[in-house]
Design a protein around this ligand. Structure first.
Ligand code: UDP
Length: 375
């Protein structure tokens, strides 16, 4: 059978890379090809090179000042010749991006089975113009097979009347990616220029607070509040150092560089390639982020996470207590960070919990499911 895996952004690439590897391991049953839309370019290419994946089709759709209207239609239009060339039986998409949604629509026209990885996440807050909830819901409508990371996401799909036999709970493939990467990064023969530079940058005497943020819903006042909080924390806790790989989006770069440049124990750096980021997560004391993937990864490394969002499509982590929602209110970010910095008990309670996103065998489960499906 022919498998086409389509993705476009860094987080999708990280979460789909181990699946591509798993299908390739089973080459007697599957012919596997990868198509990238390159909705993000540079950050995506770094991931592909780390996982040693060479895409068979590269739509190369990233444009300056890209908007979602043209991106959506470009993806649909440009996938037609790819589908006609490869004639996939199964098309795999991931998560909630414009690539995910547009590919599933195009895939529907092609007649292939649409397989949605990381299916069933919901905020129940479809707020225009933020696209994620719409993207994942539309994909859910079109998909034939839903790979849900947790029983909560499975239940969301059942509530939408998806058939029980079309859903498999797998855990999140990001844990597969993380465990592979931790091994690779720590192996003796792995040499990485970025990690060598980080070793020089990190002050080993200080507790490291790792920060990332990119969400559209936080653009504007959200990032201003976040930066104010980080500034106060850095000034009050000189035994800590904040390292912040700043997302390339100008709506993020502007407030962050304006408000946080020139503070001694805040180091603003470019976004890191995945291995370097994994290395830095391992070295960190705690993580402050609005990223979805980081919330899922950090518990496997025993790192508490404060999430700068007011809603989440990842309630399992909040329920398990591995992450805490702090929104983008300056005072709340400061007070919750201080609790973790001041109280060993609070810290240990949060860092020693079991990861609700699985054990790192999601890809094997997915491939086995497809093997049974074709029998
Ligand atoms: N990540 C990375 N480099 C960075 C920041 C994050 O490789 O500088 C990784 C991180 O480990 C996670 C993924 O990128 O696996 C998350 O991506 P992002 O926060 O952009 O998207 P989200 O998960 O919120 O969709």
């Amino acid at each position: 059978k022919k498998i086409l895996v389509v993705f476009g952004t860094r987080p999708e690439a990280i979460k789909m890379a181990p699946l591509v590897k798993e299908f390739e391991k089973n080459s007697s049953s599957f012919e596997t090809k990868v198509c990238i839309t390159a909705q993000h370019r540079e950050m995506l290419d770094q991931v592909l090179s780390f996982f040693e994946i060479i895409p068979h089709y590269d739509l190369d759709l990233m444009k300056p000042n890209q908007n979602l209207y043209s991106l959506t239609s470009d993806i649909i239009t440009n996938l037609k010749p790819v589908f006609e060339d490869f004639k996939p039986d199964y098309i795999f998409v991931h998560g909630d991006t414009t690539t995910t949604m547009a590919t599933s629509i195009a895939g529907f026209y092609s007649g292939a089975q649409i397989c949605h990885v990381e299916a069933g996440l919901r905020t129940f807050n479809m707020k225009s113009p933020f696209p994620e909830e719409m993207n994942r819901s539309v994909t859910g409508v079109v998909a034939n097979i839903h790979f849900a990371p947790t029983i909560t996401s499975r239940q969301n799909l059942l509530n939408e009347n998806k058939k029980e036999e079309s859903i498999l709970v797998t855990g999140n493939t990001v844990i597969d990616a993380l465990l592979f990467s931790v091994d690779k990064v720590n192996s003796n023969n792995f040499n990485d220029q970025e990690i060598e530079s980080l070793k020089k940058l990190v002050d080993k005497e200080k507790r490291l607070i790792l920060v990332t943020g990119h969400r559209r819903e936080n653009h504007g006042q959200g990032f201003i509040n976040i930066c104010k909080a980080l500034k106060e924390i850095a000034e009050a806790y000189i035994d800590c150092e904040i390292i912040y790989p700043v997302h390339l989006n100008p709506n993020v770069q502007k407030p962050v560089y304006n408000l946080l440049s020139g503070i001694n124990n805040i180091k603003l750096i470019d976004p890191l390639s995945y291995p370097a980021f994994v290395w830095l997560m391992e070295k960190s004391y705690l993580i402050i982020t609005d990223s979805g993937g980081v919330q899922e990864e950090a518990p496997s490394l025993g790192k508490p996470v404060l999430v700068m969002r007011s809603t989440t499509e990842r309630p399992e982590a909040v329920e398990a207590g591995t992450v805490l929602l702090v929104g983008t209110d300056t005072d709340t970010i400061i007070s919750e960070t201080i609790k973790l910095l001041n109280s060993t008990e609070t810290y240990l309670n949060m860092s020693k919990l079991h990861n609700p996103y699985g054990a790192g065998n999601a890809c094997e489960k997915i491939v086995n499911y497809i093997k049974n499906h074709i029998r």
